[in-house]
Design a protein around this ligand. Structure first.
Ligand SMILES: C[S@@+](CC[C@H](N)C(=O)[O-])C[C@H]1O[C@@H](n2cnc3c(N)ncnc32)[C@H](O)[C@@H]1O
Length: 295
């Protein structure tokens, strides 16, 4: 599965999931030529969701076979449950493919280096795709999301890959509260993944990526062991990389880390440079006192 067509200018986005095609359009109109063009390239099943539709509405069937049941699609050698009936998203955000691959590589290297199972915390986890990637490489994962339904979907993704949910931890509820709880408990992890929605609200407060990321990065950085890593993602055009990087660095310094290396990672090439997803990988030095270096 991957993004087949990304044309932000004309407002077409097309994903392929094991031969099933999902078209998104900016306008509430599906150009017939687009479907015909896609049919010529293969694919046996076509669904469509205009971005004008309510965020949680299901895609509608357009042509070919109907896909009324969840099905399985593969990425980086791993299987994930996909559904065209779930609204919001189909079960995976394909723009994170390269980051998931990097999680696999990092955890494999940590596991080989220490001979132990690295611990990875995945916050705002949705269907746990990052956790599955980390677990497949030998991590013991902790997966947090507000939604019990998405966590259950995540456990099915574990099982699809022969991973045993009981060997891992799940935390239902507000990520900001879990960050406080883990800090109080003195828990730390070899890797932490932060991929929040652009906007989130709980009973007491609201979060906006471009306003509050420094605070979030600070709370997450406190939970990373010396020598560990943090992946920070922000999914919005409205947050320039320079500002985002400045905020993340500020949060990390406030958390007391001086020695770290920060690197920005590009989106997968099929997104044609439409860099709405910003990803920063932060490697912390094994000795907390080392001076900060950025590249
Ligand atoms: C953009 S998705 C995250 C995608 C995910 N990181 C992935 O790799 O597929 C946002 C997720 O954050 C969850 N969420 C939103 N606000 C939250 C909060 N305050 N605490 C925990 N989870 C939250 C939503 O339920 C949703 O699953």
């Amino acid at each position: 599965m991957w993004r087949l067509l990304h044309d932000a200018k004309r407002g077409y986005w097309v994903d392929t999931f094991a031969g099933r095609i999902l078209i998104q359009t900016r306008e509430d109109k599906l150009p017939p030529a687009l479907v015909e063009q896609l049919q010529r390239h293969g694919g046996n099943c076509f669904y469509w969701k205009p971005r004008t539709a309510a965020a949680n509405s299901e895609p509608t069937w357009v042509a070919g076979d109907r896909q009324n049941e969840p099905f399985v699609a593969r990425e980086n050698g791993l299987d994930f449950e996909i559904s065209f009936q779930s609204g919001y998203s189909s079960g995976i955000f394909l723009d994170q493919r390269v980051n998931r691959r990097q999680v696999i590589e990092r955890v494999s290297a940590q596991a080989a280096g220490s001979g132990d199972s690295p611990s990875v915390l995945n916050l705002f986890a949705y269907t746990a795709a990052f956790s599955v990637a980390a677990a497949s490489a030998g991590a013991i994962t902790t997966t947090c999301d507000l939604s019990g339904r998405y966590l259950d979907w995540g456990w099915r993704n574990f099982q699809l890959n022969g991973l045993v949910p009981d060997d891992h931890h799940g935390c239902k509820g507000d990520a900001f509260q879990w960050l406080k709880t883990f800090a109080r408990q003195g828990r730390q992890f070899d890797g932490v993944i932060l991929d929040p929605p652009t906007f989130s609200r709980n009973k007491k407060a609201s979060f906006r990526t471009d306003r509050d990321y420094a605070e979030l990065a600070q709370a997450a950085a406190r939970l990373v062991k010396p020598g560990g890593w943090l992946l920070c993602c922000a999914n919005t055009h409205r947050y320039p990389l320079r500002d985002y990087q400045r905020d993340v660095e500020q949060g990390i310094r406030r958390a007391g880390h001086q020695g770290f290396r920060l690197r920005s990672s590009p989106m997968p090439p099929e997104y044609n440079g439409d860099d709405y997803l910003k990803s920063l990988w932060i490697d912390f030095s094994p000795t907390p006192s080392e001076e900060g270096r950025n590249s």
